[in-house]
Design a protein around this ligand. Structure first.
Ligand SMILES: [Zn+2]
Ligand SMILES: [Zn+2]
Length: 649
């Protein structure tokens, strides 16, 4: 058989040759280094026979595909170790039955039906057994069996594997991988021996998983593991995991009393507690100031709308599965909990004839909407059923799209800049030229796509263009923000829309006296306040900049004698608009400081005899790191200025 190498060279090999044979033919050192191959664009191991005429690229440990190979082999090694683990407890290894064990992002898992529940506490022991299997450097072997023979092996003994084989399409090759007597039905690919697995892995947790994701089937135990090429990568990942756990907004939300989700109120419905509500109000205030400065007009619309409205907009029935069902009234009237603010704003536009002189018309609202999310999808503040958008709709002429886009980009950059989220990328979603799913005039589309790019160029933004990523009703732009842990969040979508103006048949009178169709731009820099605050809590680990902090200053009197002075300090700070608490509990000073630190209060002011006498305060500022004694008046002025300018710190 003939094989082609990436450089175009051809090799002649015996029928049934594998990537291992190709590597050996190229050279002895490559044969030693080889861990797998890319064959006609597909990942292969060194065992699987190559197809005639294939293009073969040999992979070594340096190639990124190596990770997939060893992660999958690790899943097998883990399954073998679990069998050994139960053998050590006196069970027959056959009693440990295996479901599926795929590679996932950063690692792998295996679904296991074990004779006894496996707990997180068992994982270190299983890891030890795995390390030993790696050290023994066991060679893997691949072989295939005819369907009937494969079935005969499992029938009556292992219902999972039996079912998997039965589900394979007729004629499909049924392959097995074996190492030291441990055999698994598996498509592969794998590294050639367990010694080729880097020993930098960790089993992270055990979770229940229904067989094939079906709630009516047995519950198996899924053991998750992460695995990397180097110790550094593993340690970095584990640090990230631990940091993410510490920063989890649900945990901090409880600890700092920011929000509460109460089962009696309802799933996915957020109760903002007084401190969390401060965050909300501050963000709304920030956005309101910025919008008013940029010529937006604020409106308020109700939380429900008639079903007619949403039939006209198309939100019903096209998005019905993500909405709460309509409320039917006796006289045939029906209402929907508002899933989107747009139709309400369109009707504000449509209330009277409009002239081109009124455009662009920018209507903004902190509008609360309701979406039906499956209960399994709900997650703290980031996936909820009711949330408030910093929504706005810009009605403009087709020629004004670029200018308006620039304005929105400027606003969005101001938001991210103020909140210290400077690490982001920009994605522009345009049409797939070959598709006919898009509504609106092709010429307008082309103009809008060009205008968006020009706006990004003028704003000096780097961007990628994603073909086919536009909505059916218009091109869009997304900001994808990276948080301190390197996780990406899609925020600040801007969307051009030709469809809604069409559906509602809105128009403006042009300079030519004729009616024209306006373009709509939907935009929400925060997106949802709930989700955004969830992200902010994790981004700042609950340590907000001064202007956002629910409690900005705690005054700590050293003894009872200093209570009056502490109250005076509070009074002056409050008069300057700051949120202040005095900790006058009969506790020791250090305990009070520690409590304020646990609550992540940015500024602690300690007052004692000396401060009282000299009208000063001892400052402990966790945002700036400052520790000094300063004149009270100076401190008040400085803090008020930081709040007024929403300083980033
Ligand atoms: Zn496998
Ligand atoms: Zn909208």
């Amino acid at each position: 058989m003939k094989i082609r190498l990436p450089d175009g060279k051809e090799l002649e090999l015996p029928e049934g040759s594998t990537a291992r044979d190709v590597a050996a033919k190229i050279g002895r050192s490559l044969a030693k280094e080889a861990v797998g191959a890319i064959v006609n664009g597909e990942l292969y191991d060194l065992f699987k026979p190559l197809p005639e005429g294939a293009t073969v690229q040999i992979l070594t440990r340096k190639d990124p595909e190596y990770q997939q190979l060893f992660r999958h082999t690790l899943a097998h090694v883990m399954a073998q170790a679990v069998k050994e683990f139960f053998a050590g407890k006196g069970y027959d290894p056959e009693e440990v039955k295996l479901g599926i064990g795929p590679v996932i992002e950063n690692g792998f898992y295996y679904d296991i039906d074990a004779p006894e529940p496996i707990s997180d506490a068992d994982l270190p022991e299983i890891e030890k057994l795995m390390q030993r299997i790696i050290k023994r450097n066991l060679p893997l072997r691949r072989y295939t069996l005819p369907r009937e023979e494969a079935l005969a092996r499992y029938r009556g003994k292992d219902p999972y594997k039996t079912e998997l084989i039965e589900d394979l399409p007729e004629g499909e090759e049924i392959s097995f991988y074996e190492q030291e007597g441990f055999t698994d039905l598996c498509r592969g690919p794998h590294v050639p021996s367990t010694g080729k697995i880097p020993p930098y892995f960790k089993l992270t947790h055990v979770a229940g998983a229904y067989w094939r994701g079906d709630e009516s089937r047995p519950m198996l135990q899924r053991i998750y593991g992460v695995a990397f090429r180097s110790k550094e990568e593993l340690e970095h990942y584990l640090w990230q995991l631990e940091e993410a756990r510490k920063r989890d907004h649900r945990r901090l939300g409880r600890q700092l009393e920011l929000f509460h989700i109460d089962p009696m109120v309802g799933k996915g419905l957020v109760l903002w507690l007084p401190k969390g509500n401060v965050l909300r109000e501050e963000l709304i205030g920030f956005m309101r100031d910025e919008q008013i400065r940029r010529g937006y007009q604020l409106v308020t619309t109700p939380h429900i709308g008639s079903l007619e409205l949403y039939k006209t907009s198309g939100h019903y029935p096209y998005y019905a599965e993500s909405q709460f069902p309509p409320m039917e009234l006796e006289d045939g009237e029906a209402y929907l909990l508002k899933p989107m603010n747009c139709p309400h704003h369109v009707r504000i536009y449509a209330m009277r004839p409009r002239s081109y002189r009124e455009l662009p018309l920018r209507l903004a609202e902190f509008g609360t909407v309701y979406r039906f999310e499956q209960s399994g999808e709900l997650h703290g503040l980031t996936r909820v059923r009711g949330f408030t958008q910093d929504d706005a709709h810009i009605f403009c002429t087709p020629e004004q799209v670029k200018e308006e886009f620039l304005g929105v980009l400027d606003l969005t950059l101001k938001v991210f800049g103020t909140l210290g989220m400077g690490d982001f990328r920009v994605r522009i979603g345009v049409r797939d030229q070959g598709s006919d799913k898009y509504v609106g005039d092709a010429e307008h589309w082309a103009t809008a796509e060009r205008q968006i790019q020009e706006a990004c160029d003028e704003a000096g933004l780097d961007y990628t263009i994603e073909e086919g990523d536009a909505a059916f009703y218009g091109p869009k732009l997304d900001f994808v923000v990276k948080d301190v842990l390197g996780r990406e969040w899609q925020l600040g979508t801007i969307q051009v829309d030709y469809n809604l103006p069409e559906r509602f048949d809105i128009s403006y009178k042009g300079p030519d006296g004729e009616p024209h169709r306006p373009v709509m731009i939907h935009r929400a820099p925060f997106g949802s306040l709930e989700r955004f605050i969830g992200i902010l809590i994790e981004h700042f680990a609950g340590e907000f900049p001064l202007w956002l902090a629910p409690v900005q200053v705690v005054v700590v009197p050293i003894t009872d004698r200093h209570h009056d002075y502490a109250q005076k300090v509070r009074g002056e700070l409050e008069a300057a608009g700051l949120r202040v608490e005095v900790d006058d509990r009969p506790e020791r000073m250090n305990a009070k400081i520690r409590d304020a630190e646990t609550q992540k209060v940015p500024v602690i002011l300690v007052v004692g005899d000396k401060e009282q006498e000299e009208d000063t305060v001892a400052v402990r500022d966790r945002r700036t790191g400052e520790r000094a004694t300063r004149a009270l008046a100076e401190v008040v002025q400085n803090l008020a200025e930081r709040v007024r300018t929403r300083a980033r710190e």
